[in-house]
Write a protein that binds this ligand. Structure first.
Ligand code: C5P
Length: 404
């Protein structure tokens, strides 16, 4: 269940006897590297206590929609945005009905309405309630929206009945959740991603670099692995964990990044250049530490190769995606780069406080030949998944145009 590493998961607990099983679910998800927040309905609190889940998740449990303290810490909208996945386990017949009809009168139903991430249900109820036409109709309706449902199993029920309605076991729910992140939209394609800054040496101790954390590129590489692609990541010096990425080539300078990219490019279908490559490097690197003797010090810079433009200009260029970090005129500058560098796609982000370089969150506007799409402010992991969806769609379109 490696796909659960670093995933932000909201567990919604509704009122039912199987709520006790969700305690095991929280443990399993956390053991597999997920960050878990728990939301409980009023009825759920009758079966199990929020304290149990606070202890297991190491986070305060959310129970109220209109609780000033909880809203101040993280509003229900922020919580919905925070989540990579929402799992409602157990899902009661009552919650299913409210969800199917778009109610938003408590925290959990409001979260589901506000969610921009997948929602997964693990229903649990008495067999007659489960087999009731109302429940089955609600279920079918929800499934048509793309909501994933892990069916309850048959067997002895807490009420003494025997039949379908027992909540799936926590281990099965966790496996089902991990599989939601495997989309397979890029199965069979070979991706090359660059990430992080480069360092241009001045002398044996100093260098010229930038504040890129590498998070966006690493998130893209991880999302591409989840999408089924064979991924190679070429990374500048960063200090972050690579999740699920097996092939990483570490480089330091722009020149090294360029030659590593060029070595791999003939076996690449999609190239994503998320690295903040230095535009200039030093003409002469001093072999010894430069001493502070003179009042001024002149160093001559010369241009580094533009890796992205070089790749896009190849005869057999892969599908090429660039990034444009801009402080002003975002759209104009990004579109100009798309044309000038002859790219298939460009993801533009405005660099500012809390977004872009060296931050947790980002917002992107993606441009390609015939269209554009805004990916609003969100975690870099979630944005990366959305960007990979866009890339997969455009890449497949281009390929089918080529073959017709
Ligand atoms: O032209 P500009 O540097 O703003 O373009 C940014 C894009 O070009 C990014 O995708 C970056 O990874 C790439 N780039 C590159 N080689 C350079 C400079 C930027 O591949 N020397």
């Amino acid at each position: 269940m490696r796909r659960l590493v670093n995933k932000r998961i909201v567990i919604g607990i509704t009122g039912g006897i199987s709520a006790y099983k969700s305690a095991f679910l929280v443990r399993i998800l956390r053991k597999n590297g997920a960050d878990v927040r728990v939301v409980m309905t009023k009825n759920a609190c009758e079966f199990v206590t929020p304290l149990t889940f606070q202890a297991l998740s190491s986070r305060p449990v959310h129970t109220e929609l209109l609780d000033l303290d909880a809203e101040a810490a993280m509003s229900h909208i922020e919580l919905a945005k925070w989540a990579d996945l929402i799992i409602i386990a157990p899902t009661s017949a009552n919650f299913l009905a409210r969800y199917a009809h778009g109610f938003a009168e408590d925290l959990l139903s409001t979260l589901c309405l506000a969610a921009d991430s997948p929602v997964m249900l693990a229903p649990a109820m008495n067999q007659n309630m489960w087999l009731n036409k109302a429940t089955q109709e609600n279920l079918n309706k929800i499934k048509q929206w793309g909501i994933k449902v892990i069916a309850p199993s048959e067997g002895e029920q807490a009420c003494g009945d025997d039949g379908p309605g027992r909540m799936a076991e926590p281990e099965e729910i966790a496996k089902f959740a991990a599989d939601i992140f495997r989309t397979n939209i890029l199965t069979g394609s070979r991706l090359l991603v660059t990430a992080g800054p480069t360092r241009e040496a001045i002398d044996p101790i100093r260098f010229l670099s930038n504040g890129s954390s590498g998070r966006m590129g690493y998130a893209i590489a991880s999302a591409a692995v989840e999408a089924g692609a064979e991924v190679t990541l070429i990374s500048g010096p960063v200090n972050i964990e690579a999740v699920g990425i097996e092939k990483i080539i570490r480089v330091t300078s722009a020149e090294e990044m360029c030659s590593s990219v060029m070595k791999k490019i003939n076996t690449t279908d999609i190239f994503i250049s998320a690295a903040a490559v230095s535009d200039y490097t030093f003409q002469n690197i001093s072999k010894k530490k430069i001493k502070k003797i003179e009042d001024t010090c002149q160093l001559i810079l010369h241009k580094t190769p533009d890796i992205l433009a070089k790749v896009a200009a190849l005869n057999n260029a892969p599908f090429t995606v660039g990034f444009a970090a801009e402080t002003e005129n975002l759209e104009m500058n990004a579109k100009e780069k798309l044309d000038l560098k002859n790219l298939n796609m460009i993801a533009a982000n405005k660099v500012g406080k809390q977004i872009g370089i060296d931050s947790e969150d980002n917002e992107l506007t993606v441009f390609w030949g015939s269209g554009q799409e805004k990916l609003p402010l969100n975690s870099k992991n979630k944005l990366a998944r959305k960007l990979i969806e866009l890339i997969a769609f455009q890449y497949n379109e281009e390929n089918s145009n080529k073959t017709h």
